[in-house]
Design a binder for this molecule. Structure first.
Ligand code: PLP
Length: 472
């Protein structure tokens, strides 16, 4: 038995086979149902209950992968996946991810990841500029928007003058964070982890288009101060998860500036639209935020995971998170980031490589053309809904997600009916939609963000919706 790793020639053969497997997968995704026909526990039952005592040949492992895993996942890459928000791995991104796996560069300190650190600095800069944001923003990649927002809430907490929470803890401090009624649950989680508790989160009502009422934010802050709270952070969501509404970030920035609050912009999904200069007025004011999160792993076709966190005051993150024990001390201080000092993680994945590959392969114009096409497809789909009196559009379509509901039945049956329509469309295996509740009504969502999704898939989606509604 060899005590080393796999023989290089055996690895080469297996790697070619893996490349073929993935290329075949991507070439013919539609041979699979978007949602696999499996019940909970069915896959587990086919896996041995214990790891093998002796090593197995890679051929056997790859055969099991092809038989058991690939057909039984929900296919996020499938062009009929119109649920949630798209999270699609483009081919150039996959190639970058493969190479990053080979290098296994751990991007914690410049010393142990020089090229990876500097490529990350460059990619943060490229993306910032592509989004039309000013050079005053520094930033980094994290795994998810949830973590980008958590880090920002902790930084905002650290930035409150006179508290020194990083040293003293939260005792006796009643911090309050604000976001709209439509804010993502990841912010609640971040606030809970940061020690605010649910009591420290105040949700501000939205207008008829599901956008935060900045006037009510201002009132809430005044009211809370009187009641002994310490308002410290407001979150503007630019592309909410249910309806993709865009909060009035300029008005929220005014309130934050007046009241001395940290402004965090959660543009996890919507931010990608700012790749198009003509879409930037929708986000006007986000350049005044203290921190912004945009997820390349959503609408920028970066293999999961990659979240871009931009911040104006890197020193605040560094003060909040930097701990340098002796074993991490290096002489290379100053010129480049030691990224572990800006967040919770010490070890960090080399995410910049896949971003570099895909930004170069698509080019700015290729990225923009795809975003523009998704916006066009969404508007065309919305127009179909509007033209059919049996259906109702449930929200404006500022981005590439359409919220709709069947309405040609008595009111008290509509929730159940739409739920049944959703189940029927999803059972087709060709299209996968998800749902939400808007104004407490069951609402279907059609979200477009996959470069493989074409007009034909949206025709199919509309036809399946119509057939489902008729058939029930
Ligand atoms: N913020 C918004 C507006 C989202 O829509 C989502 C996910 O869809 C998130 C945050 C969380 O993203 P992640 O899975 O990267 O944590």
């Amino acid at each position: 038995m060899s005590l080393g790793d796999m023989d290089p020639e055996e690895f080469r053969r297996a790697a070619h086979r893996v490349a073929d497997q993935v290329a075949d997968y991507l070439a013919d995704l539609e041979r699979y149902r978007v949602l696999p026909d499996v019940r909970p526990g069915e896959i587990r039952a086919q896996l041995p209950s214990q790891a093998p005592a002796a090593g197995e040949p890679m051929e056997a492992i790859l055969e099991d992968y092809a038989r058991l895993i690939e057909p039984n996942i929900t296919h996020w890459q499938h062009p009929g996946f119109l649920a949630y928000f798209a999270s699609v791995a483009s081919a150039p991104g996959i190639l970058g991810e493969w190479l990053a796996a080979g290098l296994n560069s751990n991007v914690m300190l410049w010393r142990n990841a020089p090229a990876s650190t500097e490529l990350e600095e460059a990619m943060v800069g490229w993306l910032r500029a592509l989004l039309g944001l000013p050079p005053a923003f520094d930033g980094m990649f994290t795994d998810t928007a949830s973590i980008s927002s958590l880090l920002s809430i902790v930084a905002a907490r650290h930035a409150v003058p006179g508290l020194r929470i990083t040293e003293r803890g939260m005792e006796g401090v009643r911090l309050r964070l604000y976001g709209s009624a439509e804010m993502h649950s990841s912010i609640d989680k971040g606030a809970i982890v940061a020690g605010l508790g649910r009591a420290g989160i105040r949700r501000i009502p939205v207008d008829e288009a599901y956008c935060m009422r900045a006037d009510l934010l201002a009132e809430a802050i005044v009211e809370d101060r009187r009641a002994g709270w310490l308002p410290f952070c407001a979150v503007a969501t630019l592309g909410t998860t249910s309806s993709t509404s865009v909060d009035p970030v300029a008005a929220i920035a005014d309130v934050c500036a007046r009241e001395g609050l940290w402004l965090h912009a959660d543009a996890a999904y919507g931010g990608a639209a700012a790749l198009l200069p003509e879409m930037r007025p929708l986000f006007a004011g986000w350049e005044r935020a203290d921190s912004i999160v945009v997820n390349p792993h959503k609408w920028m076709w970066t293999p999961f995971d990659a979240s871009l966190l931009l911040f104006r005051r890197p020193e605040v993150y560094r003060e909040a998170f930097s701990l340098v024990p002796e074993y991490l001390r290096t002489a290379d201080v100053g010129a480049a980031h030691n990224y572990n000092e800006y967040g919770v993680q010490l070890g960090r994945r080399f995410r910049a490589l896949k971003v570099w590959f895909l930004l170069r392969w698509f080019g700015a114009d290729g990225m923009q053309a795809r975003i523009a096409e998704h916006l066009r497809l969404a508007r065309a789909f919305a127009a179909r809904v509007d033209a059919d009196p049996s259906w109702e559009r449930m929200a404006p379509v500022p981005l590439a997600t359409v919220c709709l509901r069947y309405r040609d039945a008595p009111d008290d049956r509509l929730d159940a009916l739409n739920e049944a329509i959703l189940a029927r469309v999803n059972a087709s295996g060709r299209i996968f939609l998800s749902h939400t509740r808007l104004r407490d009504r069951f609402t279907l969502r059609v979200s477009i963000g996959n470069p493989r999704t074409t007009e034909a898939h949206l025709d199919l989606c509309w036809r399946l919706l119509q057939e489902a509604a008729k058939g029930i």
